[in-house]
Design a protein around this ligand. Structure first.
Ligand SMILES: [Zn+2]
Length: 125
């Protein structure tokens, strides 16, 4: 039993050492060859990524500062809906407000028209 295992191990090692021309390989050998190449490549890429990751790790103090300061402050949506946004408007609310202002500028009272036009100009619409 033990001798059989030893023989197999030796045979496997011998196979790995011999670099056969892929065109002369059997389908099984070719698949094993490709799998070995893929594994080697993946290991190399993994090691490279690991090295890069280690190099790019940020210090705790600086990381905390970045996290604290990177959080965009939320402000009120400028359409007046009371929604919070990281920009000027909650998504879609700028288009809605623009439509409302344009309608007001056309169909509102004189005072509403003047205000709507001023607002449109302010927003650059
Ligand atoms: Zn809004």
């Amino acid at each position: 039993m033990a001798s059989t295992t030893k023989t197999e191990t030796t045979a496997t090692e011998a196979t790995e050492e011999v670099t056969k021309d892929p065109s002369e390989m059997t389908k099984e050998e070719l698949l094993a060859h490709v799998a070995a190449l893929t594994a080697t490549k993946a290991a190399a890429n993994g090691a490279k990524r690991e090295a890069a990751r280690r190099e790019l790790v940020i210090g705790d103090e600086r990381l905390a500062w970045v996290v604290a300061n990177a959080r965009p402050a939320e402000s009120d949506c400028l359409c007046g809906c009371g929604g919070k946004t990281k920009g000027r408007f909650v998504p879609g609310h700028d288009a809605k407000l623009k439509s409302e202002l344009m309608a007001t500028a056309e169909f509102g009272t004189d005072e509403q028209k003047a205000q709507a036009n001023a607002a449109l100009a302010t927003f650059g619409w």
